[in-house]
Design a binder for this molecule. Structure first.
Ligand code: 5RP
Length: 292
């Protein structure tokens, strides 16, 4: 308890020195409440402004995805290199010891699997459990242009409203059905719909043509999914182009945990996302790390 006697007189008044009132620099986030900003600041690196999120929530629609059969063997050794972990509450509680102190992007939408019809989802995790798990983001799949468009947009709105009550930001994840083309026109539309409905961060795909229009027309940060496994250098090139064209990072899964050497790969991705290393240099780093 503070003593009431013997205190030195206060003298640091700073008369005439304006109190700083810094702008919160993350795109579109300056008007958010303190708790939201604090959580976003755990996800996005203070120096680079970007993030390397490690996605391993695939099992919620795909079951034991290749590379995710044993979370303890493939994911735990690389957790230390991730800025944020994107997973389901089931895997988080069962397989990730609560000792890493990494921000969590918690998958809160749930529903149909690859065995039936994708994207028929509800909000499967309530905000109380997200708080219990100390989530920094709640991730919701949104199927713009798909059969379950209205349902999934409504899921997003629900997560945004509940999260706003407790200061937890929402990640809108744009789904791409087989019938939809992953071009800039579609991805801009899907990302913007997520942002308009309150998503604080949007996860979408990179496209070769016009990706800068996807990031330009989205008022909040975009992170890209890696998509299906491609050669390591190609994945690093995708990450580099996405950052160069306005993305704030990656939320990458298969191209990390299905790489020949996931530990080397996530460090190479970090070099691109945080240090803006070229794909050539990052791939050389990957090879060097893999060799040791
Ligand atoms: C599933 C997801 C995955 O997290 C996402 O696809 C990222 O993983 P990958 O890099 O393997 O595509 O959102 O809906």
């Amino acid at each position: 308890m503070a003593d009431s006697e013997g205190n030195t007189d206060a003298k640091t008044y700073g008369i005439g020195v304006p109190i700083p009132n810094p702008v919160y620099a993350l795109k579109g986030s300056n008007s958010l409440e303190w708790g939201m900003k604090d959580r976003l600041s755990r996800v996005f690196d203070r120096k680079s402004g970007n993030t390397v999120m490690l996605a391993f929530d695939h099992g919620y629609i795909m079951g034991p995805t290749s590379g995710l059969e044993r979370i303890d063997i493939t994911i735990l050794p690389i957790v230390e290199y991730a800025d944020c972990l994107m997973c389901t509450r089931g895997v988080l509680r069962a397989a990730i010891p609560p000792i890493y102190n990494k921000p969590i992007s918690l998958r809160v939408s749930a529903g149909s699997t690859v065995l039936t019809e994708l994207n028929d989802e509800v909000i499967g995790v309530d905000v109380e459990d997200a708080i219990r798990l100390n989530a920094s983001l709640m991730a919701v799949m949104v199927s713009v242009g798909g059969k379950y468009e209205a349902l999934t947009v409504s899921n997003l709105c629900q997560a945004v409203s509940e999260g706003t009550r407790f200061g937890i930001p929402t990640l809108g994840v744009t789904a791409v059905g087989k019938e939809l083309t992953r071009d800039a026109r579609y991805l801009s539309m899907a990302s913007r719909v997520c942002a308009e409905n309150g998503a604080h961060v949007v996860k979408t795909y990179f496209c070769e043509e016009g990706f800068e229009t996807v990031t330009a027309t989205c008022p909040v940060p975009i992170v890209i999914a890696g998509g299906k496994k491609v050669p390591e250098k190609d994945a690093l090139t995708i990450a580099w182009k996405a950052i160069d064209q306005g993305a704030f990072g990656v939320d990458m899964g298969r191209n990390v945990f299905q790489a020949d050497d996931p530990t080397a790969m996530i460090q190479a991705v970090r070099a691109v996302v945080h240090d803006r290393e070229t794909p050539d240099k990052a791939f050389q780093l990957y090879r060097d790390l893999k060799a040791h």
